[in-house]
Ligand binder design. Sequence first.
Ligand code: SF4
Ligand code: SF4
Length: 241
Amino acid sequence: MESPANTDKTTASKQPAKQKWILPGAGLYQGLVVTAKNFIQSYYKKERLTTVQYPEERAPISPNFRNFPFLVHDGDDADVGLRCTACTICEKSCPPQCIYIVLDRDENGKSKKRPKVFDIDLSVCMNCGICAEVCPFDSIYMDNEFELSKDDRFGGMLYGLDRLVKSTEFHAKIRPEEAAQVAASRKAAAEKKAAAAIVKAERLKKKAEDDRLKKEEEKEAAQAAETPESPEDDTTKGDSE
Ligand code: SF4
Ligand code: SF4
């Protein structure tokens, strides 16, 4: 038989919970209060101000903001440190075909693995960032510069190497995370390459040593074959005759 206490518990659990009375449309009033608070504070609270006195004042640019591409160079000399090898992958991948590359060659026609001409028509570029994604040499990235208006619709927006090439410091300034990742992966790749070069050099050294020893052995064997037989052998030979 069920105890009265248990019966009370079962009855209590079956009773619907007492609902809190809510003013109809309370959520709407709460939202309006938040809006009013933001609106009033936006006149005197710095962090709530939605506008800045541009161009004297500038709002911070998000690292994710991208505009047009730029080329990166290592070191101080843009000519020497240019990473671009003129492989033309970006040129072929650019959807509106606004990149134009000419490979630099020496007097014998041999590739210098760098561009002689690298133009981007910014008036055509659609800021997609595909060129930066496909580049296998960490050479092209998206800039965040946006004050580019010119009175020359065509020539003014055709950017060549002189305006496209920027330093790694610039890259680190506008996209610190991306630049740090690239620097780390390039460092790891350089270390791997250096380690492979050491292994290769040691292998070549060992091979050269083995070749030297083999040649010495062959030389000694040839000398031994050319050496005349000893007189003792001659005597023995004469006796027997
Ligand atoms: S951002 Fe897009 S459109 Fe612009 S150059 Fe790169 S690939 Fe071409
Ligand atoms: S920017 Fe990159 S993908 Fe484009 S040509 Fe240079 S190395 Fe090749």
